[in-house]
Design a binder for this molecule. Structure first.
Ligand code: G6P
Length: 611
């Protein structure tokens, strides 16, 4: 949901900002813009991708060591040149970039218009810079003070950067609800929505907290709250590698991330799982073990793909640890007046750790006294910091908008949690526990095997590239995988797809089946195997085209399906880690055949920081 970048220091700002915006394009890519300060403000903005902006800037002087940039995912006002950020004040001396939503912008705008302010765009963001201008003029105060007072009047979420051509060289940034990281270099500072634009310049970062303002001038960073209380910047050291945010020879980030899964799962298991020593340990969980043992239910909250991982968790925890589980869409949970008890353990799952609905649901659960155990990918993210404890999935940066390695990382962590709890509660015998530890350890190699045998998947993708609809059916552990497979296809190929529990098909979707309907069955040899065979027959009887994901060596389903993809055998509880891989590849190759932009699908953004 919009990416923002800022630079102040001794180097040329423009190349740093353009490169940073490209790294943040996963957050939105409908328009982009830059403001550079060199005496006057120079604003360049353009509808389209960062590369369109770059191409439109020719023959201009870009001399400046102070600038800000923005890549947009539209909320208020259609994507066009005018609505692109940065926005400027009426006198043109102030410029702002903003990520978030200003909820009271309409009333502020009306007041400001009555005072003579002329608005150029339809955005909510523009109102902030006019408000700062108004307060600065009427209070005759510094920019820093005007920003602080303005933020007290603003309702909503924001990460902002502001430049002024009227005062000494400085960069002012602030956040509430939307992420902002400050990179601390040698006499230079970088600002960004996440650390990816910063990592090649410095490992030292300060995560801005809600209601904090950063003032950077004269080579110094000062932090204060919007109540004017001085804060001490805490410098963290980033552990991210530069290679992890580059394509590394793959055509797309999504394909790279699909192929990274054997490694990302090994990274997730590293030090936590040592089967020969009967060792499985999650530090965050052990600290809160009493809470896990004393609660009678777990509540999972998430959105999108992470919600599908939460559905897998429902099967895992009920099956292995015999604890009751509720799985909630974060956006529904918070508006439903849910019953939350003090001994509830609430488990938000989020790749980015910034999803606004998930964050708000956490705050609600926290206010009722629940314990929050976060399962996140991004270290230092808002959700990780808002949780009492948690476990990172250590998948490394996920840049492709369609989530792949984060899903398998989440399921891996959730499986480890369920095993630990099952053993502690005695619902899992020591011997079974040990067997499962050994099996979990084999998963990365089994994924590797699926990735090395992608040819049949490519052929299926080529055959069905023009399909109008797809149905994905699975039962048990494969039901959430069916939902995830359908979501992947919708997201990047724009083919309508539905995921369904296979047995529910006869209560509606069966009416859709004819000779043009491809039906993907996730039909591995597990507890529901015999039942799903009947569902396959029901589809065949209506001439549907059956594409079956089967366990290696399975002849029965192979004989009755037009197309099959084999995956290695594993324990039922780990099947989603394998069965999702062919579905990720299928959607990837279909999207490629259709000429879609896989890494930047239309209308989507990776990190949804608006409600
Ligand atoms: C967006 C992304 C999805 C993601 C969802 C939840 O919709 O496009 O890929 O699953 O947000 O994001 P989170 O970061 O909380 O997992």
């Amino acid at each position: 949901m919009c990416g923002i970048v800022g630079y102040i220091g001794k180097r040329e700002a423009y190349p740093i900002i353009i490169k940073g915006l490209k790294r943040l394009e996963y957050r939105g890519y409908d328009s982009a813009g830059i403001a550079l300060l060199n005496g006057d403000l120079k604003i360049m903005k353009k509808k389209g991708k960062v590369s369109d902006l770059e191409a439109s800037i020719t023959g201009e002087s870009l001399d400046s060591t102070l600038g800000i940039g923005h890549t947009r995912w539209a909320t208020h006002g259609e994507p066009n040149d005018v609505n692109a950020h940065p926005h400027t004040s009426s006198d043109g001396k102030l410029a702002i970039i903003h990520n978030g939503i200003i909820e009271n912008y309409q009333s502020l705008k009306t007041e400001l218009e009555q005072k003579g302010h002329k608005f150029k765009s339809e955005t909510d963001s523009e109102v902030i810079i006019h408000l700062v201008e108004e307060i600065k003029k009427s209070n005759n105060c510094s920019l820093e003070e005007a920003v602080r007072l303005s933020l007290q009047e603003i309702v909503g979420a924001y990460a902002i950067c502001i430049l002024s051509s009227d005062e000494d060289k400085q960069l002012i940034a602030a956040r509430k609800g939307s992420p902002l990281v400050i990179g601390v270099g040698d006499g230079e500072f970088f600002i960004a929505s996440d650390a990816t634009p910063i990592i090649e310049y410095t490992n030292n970062v300060v995560y801005l907290d809600d209601y904090e303002i950063a003032i950077i001038k004269n080579g110094k960073l000062t932090l204060k709250s919007i109540e004017d209380v001085a804060k001490t910047p805490f410098v963290h050291t980033l552990e991210m590698e530069l290679e992890s945010i580059e394509k590394g020879g793959f055509e797309h980030f999504m394909l790279k991330e699909i192929h990274e899964q054997p490694k990302s799962i090994r990274d997730c298991l590293r030090g936590r799982l040592i089967p020969k020593d009967n060792h499985l340990f999650l530090n965050g969980m052990s600290q809160y073990m009493n809470k896990f043992l004393n609660t009678d239910r777990l509540i999972f909250i998430a959105c999108g793909t992470s919600w599908h991982a939460a559905l897998v968790a429902e099967y895992l925890f009920e099956d292995i640890a015999r604890i009751s589980v509720e799985v909630e869409y974060a956006s529904e949970f918070r508006y439903r007046n849910p019953v939350i008890r003090e001994n509830d353990v609430v488990i938000p799952i989020s790749q980015s750790g910034e999803t606004a609905d998930t964050l708000a649901a956490i705050e609600l659960a926290k206010s009722k006294g629940a314990t929050i155990f976060g399962v996140c990918n991004v270290v230092g993210s808002s959700i990780a910091r808002a949780s009492h404890a948690g476990a990172f999935i250590h998948a490394g940066p996920e840049i492709g908008v369609a989530s792949t390695k984060a899903f398998t990382g989440q399921v891996t962590v959730l499986a480890m949690m369920a095993l630990i709890l099952g053993l502690k509660k005695g619902t899992l015998s020591e011997s079974r526990y040990r067997e499962l530890l050994f099996e979990l350890d084999t998963i990365p190699d089994k994924i590797q095997k699926i990735l090395e045998n992608a040819e049949p998947i490519k052929r299926i993708a080529s055959t069905f590239q023009s399909a109008k609809n797809f149905l994905y059916l699975g039962r048990g552990y494969n039901f959430p995988v069916a939902l995830e497979g359908a979501l992947k296809l919708k997201e990047i190929s724009y083919i309508h797809a539905e995921g369904y529990p296979a047995a529910e098909m006869k209560h509606g979707p069966i009416a859709l089946i004819d000779e043009d309907m491809p039906v993907v069955f996730i039909s591995t040899k597990d507890a529901t195997y015999d039942k799903i065979i009947s569902n396959i027959q029901e589809v065949k009887a209506r001439k549907g085209k059956v594409i079956a994901i089967v366990t290696e060596g399975d002849k029965d389903i192979q004989n009755m399906s037009e197309y099959t993809v084999q995956i290695p055998k594993t324990e039922d509880c780990f099947i989603p880690l394998l069965s999702v891989i062919p579905l990720q590849l299928l959607s990837y190759y279909i999207a490629i055949y259709r000429g879609c932009n896989v890494d930047q699908p239309r209308n989507l953004a990776k990190s949804v920081t608006v409600e």
